[in-house]
Design a protein around this ligand. Structure first.
Ligand code: SF4
Length: 277
């Protein structure tokens, strides 16, 4: 939903057309740091591991995709170690096992299903809950954008509707500057406004409205080389044909996969409901 609001066309490329996200240093770095933090907080015992073990885990789960060369990768890895070290020193003093780590949710919103993953939900000693979402941006975005962002209110909704929990704090944790941005949960009217906004997005998606919305993140967009806003008019025809061809190939691949699965189901005595294949 947030992705649609940033650029509907990019949303369509990713979630409707199924185009692959280009590997990039930023994505690989973010994934590796997230994985290391998931490991740190996803423990079975309430004592934190030593910092060396966290750094060793980062090294073992490090994703090497998308870097120009080993020098660039090395500099990102060193940076990730530094960021995790700073995070560790600032947070390990009040380490406790969270209520949830990397928790997947699905909510039935009536006309659509809303799904996502929450990085962490803490339960504080006073019994209150805090939702935490890690960010690996280099700096904090403007406050206005943070206040309007849909992500944390969606997580608030998920906590209330899926687990019956009302968090008292919603936090974006910006790992690079090692800074938190926390807000209070939305009140009932605020939640109603969020629901209306979500319904509006769902309606636009159902209506097939995917306008390109150029923004400051375009240079890092995975679909920049197929985006009509970013390629020269002369190349547009060729670009559309390439995308069309890619979608047809994807459909053929899907048809083959469906057919193979249907054969397997018949063989095992579970014929598919639909016998097209
Ligand atoms: S390059 Fe910019 S306008 Fe084009 S799809 Fe990506 S975010 Fe949208």
């Amino acid at each position: 939903m947030s992705a649609y609001e940033k650029c509907p066309l990019s949303y369509r490329f990713q979630y409707i057309d199924g185009l692959e996200i280009k590997p990039s240093p930023y994505l690989s770095y973010g994934r590796s740091v997230h994985d290391a933090l998931e490991w740190l907080y996803g423990r079975d015992v309430p004592e934190p591991p030593p910092l060396e073990e966290l750094i060793a885990y980062l090294d073992s789960c490090w994703c090497s995709e998308g870097y120009a060369d080993s020098e660039e990768e090395g500099s990102y890895l060193r940076h990730a170690r530094d960021v995790l070290t700073q995070f560790y020193h600032k947070n390990i003093g009040d380490f406790r096992l969270p209520l949830a780590v990397e928790e997947r949710f699905e909510m039935d919103m009536g006309d659509f299903i809303l799904s996502g993953v929450i990085d962490r939900v803490d339960r504080h000693p006073d019994g209150s809950y805090e939702i935490i979402d890690y960010k690996t941006n280099r700096r904090l975005p403007e406050l206005k954008r943070l206040r309007e962002d849909l992500q944390l209110p969606i997580y608030q909704l998920a906590c209330a509707e899926v687990w019956g929990i009302t968090p008292s704090k919603l936090t974006f944790y910006y790992l690079v500057p090692n800074q938190r941005y926390s807000t209070k949960p939305r009140d009932r009217q605020g939640i109603d406004r969020i629901k209306e906004r979500l319904a509006g997005v769902a309606e636009s998606i159902a209506a097939g409205a995917f306008p390109a919305t150029p923004n400051r993140l375009c240079p890092w967009c995975s679909f920049e080389d197929v985006c009509p806003q970013r390629i020269a008019a002369d190349d547009l025809g060729e670009n559309y044909r390439a995308r069309h061809g890619a979608l047809i190939r994807r459909r053929e691949k899907l048809d083959r996969a469906i057919s193979q699965l249907a054969d397997e189901m018949r063989e095992k005595g579970f014929p598919p409901d639909c016998e097209d294949h």
